[in-house]
Write a new protein. Structure first.
Length: 424
């Protein structure tokens, strides 16, 4: 067992021990990067299997480059994981904020983590929340802390700093992205900034806690609204017989237009979730944000309906049921993450009544407990109807099949299924 006290201390840091509560997609990379800067890190997670895995120098998530940083940090004794918190100088809360009820943010994990660390806080400590949180959460946690530990009032720095990293590029973005840091007071903002200066090479922008909380929700809502615009265009273009990909490429030649890409819907645990944190609290004021969410959800439903109607058309025309290839299950290209995936939703929906006539493809995973997976080339070659749900790189190398019905929802070939020239 490694005892922190036995290890050489990097004296240039004022932080003797950094404590990271939550060792998931954001917490673990942050813990490992901070450890790699010569600061001792105590990582805490409720899951003892996660803790054991990390203490063996291994990782439980898929993220390029992370395995090596964790291995080195653990081997050097700078990173140690546990299910229990301890005294430290900086405490970072990086736990999930899921939904409860109808799209209401559930901050109970943030609160539980705060309560767990409460007995270990001491005067002069810095307490930072990174979990995506509804406006006012940091202030609420400050109230909770000072109610239980009134002697710390005026002696604790409390701030909110949202994470902004893109899954798949976390290690680079963790260091190079600019950060927004909002303290409950000026001193807290400055102290939290000092912590991020240890490993962030991007700019650090100070503000208050509520603005920092809203900033995170705004970033992901902005992307959601912009994708909804692209998805809405795809619905209009489908009816109008216009190639939406060509349309967007042309419109984007305007110097002040930059439309995103339509797809099978919006997935992941961030963009498909965070806008609801605004909508649930400010429903009357956030009509555009709420509508964007509905449009992006509807797009997945629409894709499933399209597959169904293509299957019926095929059966009417050929007198037999078609074989359908569902290409991709991940929530976005070239990853193995299926969380909140519109592609998975579509597959589940179209396969509800019958499973036999579908070939499900996901080249980034070997096994799925619900779907029997087929090799992508085999599925593509055999199917009568091919529905592209994700633009994985492998799919782009396939030759276009003129002899199949190609439903290119994700924009692999960016072609219309068939020429529709109503003016001829
Ligand atoms: N998508 C489209 N069209 C596009 C771009 C994306 O349909 O033109 C879809 C993707 O296929 C996917 C979804 O949107 O289903 C979300 O993918 P993404 O790559 O836009 O974002 P995430 O969820 O991987 O990461 C986002 C990032 N936020 C922003 O870009 C504003 C990331 O920086 C955040 O840190 C992350 O959410 C988070 O954790 O909040």
């Amino acid at each position: 067992m490694v005892i922190y006290g036995d290890l050489p201390v990097n004296n240039k840091h004022w932080i003797m021990l950094f404590q990271c509560i939550g060792l998931g997609y954001i917490g673990l990379p942050t813990a490992a990067v901070v450890a790699s800067k010569g600061v001792r890190v105590h990582g805490v997670d409720v899951n003892d299997r996660v803790v054991d895995t990390i203490n063996q120098g291994e990782i439980h998530i898929v993220e390029p480059g992370l395995g090596e940083v964790v291995r080195q940090s653990v081997a050097s004794g700078m990173l140690l994981a546990s299910v229990e918190p301890k005294k430290a100088d900086v405490h970072l809360i990086v736990v999930p904020t899921p939904f409860k009820g109808v799209h209401e943010p559930d901050v109970s994990f943030v609160e539980a983590a705060t309560r767990k660390v409460l007995p270990f806080l001491k005067a002069g400590d810095t307490f930072i929340i990174e979990s995506t949180s509804p406006i006012g959460t940091t202030e609420q946690m400050a109230v909770l802390i000072f109610r239980e530990r009134p002697e710390l009032k005026g002696n604790l720095f409390i701030a909110y700093c949202p994470e902004r990293v893109l899954p798949g590029n976390v290690l680079h973005e963790l260091v190079h992205n600019d950060r927004v840091i909002g303290g409950i007071d000026e001193a807290s903002t400055l102290k939290a900034k000092e912590f991020y200066e240890l490993f962030v090479e991007g700019e650090l922008y100070g503000t208050n806690a509520r603005t920092a909380e809203m900033c995170k929700l705004t970033e992901n809502s902005s992307r959601d609204v912009q994708i909804a615009f692209a998805n809405e265009l795809s619905l209009i273009c489908d009816k109008a017989g216009i190639n939406v990909w060509e349309l967007i490429a042309l419109a984007n030649r305007h110097p002040r237009v930059n439309i995103l890409q339509p797809g099978a819907g919006v997935g992941g645990h961030c963009i498909a979730v965070d806008p609801w944190f605004i909508v649930s609290e400010y429903p009357r004021e956030s009509r555009l944000i709420g509508t964007a969410r509905e449009i992006n959800n509807y797009k997945a439903f629409w894709c499933a309906e399209k597959i169904h109607s293509s299957m019926l058309e095929f059966e009417l025309k050929h007198g037999r049921k078609p074989l359908v290839a569902l290409m991709g299950l991940a929530f976005k290209p070239n990853i193995d993450d299926l969380r909140e995936s519109p592609a998975k939703y579509i597959a589940q929906k179209v396969m509800q009544s019958e499973q036999n006539n579908f070939l499900v493809v996901e080249p980034n995973i070997d096994f799925h407990s619900v779907f029997k997976l087929t090799d992508y080339q085999e599925a593509y070659d055999r199917a009568d109807i091919v529905a592209f749900l994700v633009t994985h790189d492998e799919f782009k190398l396939l030759g276009y099949r003129d002899d199949a019905v190609v439903l290119d929802f994700a924009g692999v070939f960016k072609r219309l299924p068939e020429p529709r020239m109503s003016w001829v």
